[in-house]
Design a protein around this ligand. Structure first.
Ligand code: NAP
Length: 276
């Protein structure tokens, strides 16, 4: 029997997840159907439980429901516990397991696809929203030299750093929260834009001269060349978008649901060709 999965969000029409999971299923011979579910802003819980009760096996969760998904889950696996946000739900009978695969997806894209190890690097994370919560612990477990968080609303950067105080020790020089203004003299080897600014053709107010020689600028936004990516290229850095992260986090969800790890590179290439 075909097992049913879906991505739930608001909005959700733009999601590439159905295409990605259809490719994974075809390549691995898994019998699944994967759709899109638009939930009203106050309707996430009812929609997710309705999907489960109708026999659905799992959901990917996107904006703005990742925190609500965390609260819906009976158990939190791996990084989801600390992240306080869940992007993957697995339904096993009546029990709901919550996972967060965003951080694993980001790290795999950085390290395996882009050849950019995090270990001993100076990392700047711009943004302190749900995506940043999801990637903090996996980034720290890669043992960076330092991890600095900057955010437009500085208190949220401070709160994010405080939330992960217990794992801050994985960065040799620890975790610090700063305002964009205070970054003037700092240099980073990896700058991750985890803000949604690129969606509005804007960028966080990063100062010039922030990229160390050979730095990577990574925008989690995908499918467009963002102002942040243009800025980084002008500053001499290598720029990448978040398409690889999207596919890698999807592959981890697929593995959680099906116990099979799909190949990601052909799917990333297929999506890039589609965009060009
Ligand atoms: P979110 O919870 O809404 O947080 C948005 C963040 O962006 C906040 O830190 C916000 O700052 C900041 N921001 C928004 N506009 C800004 C601007 N003009 N200048 C400076 N900062 C700005 O969103 P999220 O869930 O963290 O997602 C962030 C982005 O990552 C989204 O675009 C999402 O699509 C993308 N994402 C991609 C993947 C992937 O697989 N590639 C996975 C997850 C998320 P304030 O706190 O000051 O409001």
């Amino acid at each position: 029997m075909t097992d049913r999965y879906a991505v739930i969000g608001n909005p959700v029409e733009h999601s590439l997840s159905p295409l990605i999971h259809a490719e994974f299923a075809r390549a691995t011979g898994q019998d699944i159907a994967y759709g899109r579910m638009l939930a009203t802003l106050d309707g996430f819980r009812a929609a997710a439980l309705g999907f489960r009760d109708a026999g659905g096996r799992g959901l990917n969760v996107t904006l703005p429901f990742k925190h609500e998904a965390w609260r819906l889950a009976d158990t939190h696996a791996g990084h989801a516990q600390a992240a306080g946000a869940v992007n993957t739900l697995r339904f096993d009978g009546g029990r709901i397991a919550g996972h967060n695969t965003d951080g694993v997806g980001l790290v795999r894209d950085l390290v395996d696809n882009l050849g950019c190890p995090v270990r001993s690097r100076r990392v700047l994370l711009a943004g302190a929203g749900g995506a940043s919560y999801g990637v903090m612990e996996p980034l720290l477990r890669e043992l960076p030299q330092t991890l600095v968080i900057a955010n437009r609303t500085p208190e949220k950067a401070v709160a994010l750093a405080g939330h992960f105080e217990k794992v801050a020790k994985f960065a040799a020089h620890g975790v610090a929260a700063k305002s964009y203004d205070a970054l003037d003299d700092a240099r980073f080897d990896i700058v991750i834009n985890a803000t949604s600014a690129g969606l509005a053709d804007a960028m966080p107010p990063l100062p010039r001269g922030i990229f160390a020689p050979g730095a990577l600028a990574y925008d989690m936004v995908y499918g467009r060349r963002t102002p942040f990516m243009r800025f980084a290229t002008d500053e001499g850095a290598r720029a990448a978008d978040g398409l690889g992260m999207l596919v890698e986090q999807a592959a981890e969800s697929f593995f959680i649901w099906r116990g099979v790890r799909p190949e990601t590179k052909p799917v990333i290439e297929m999506l890039r060709k589609r965009d060009s």
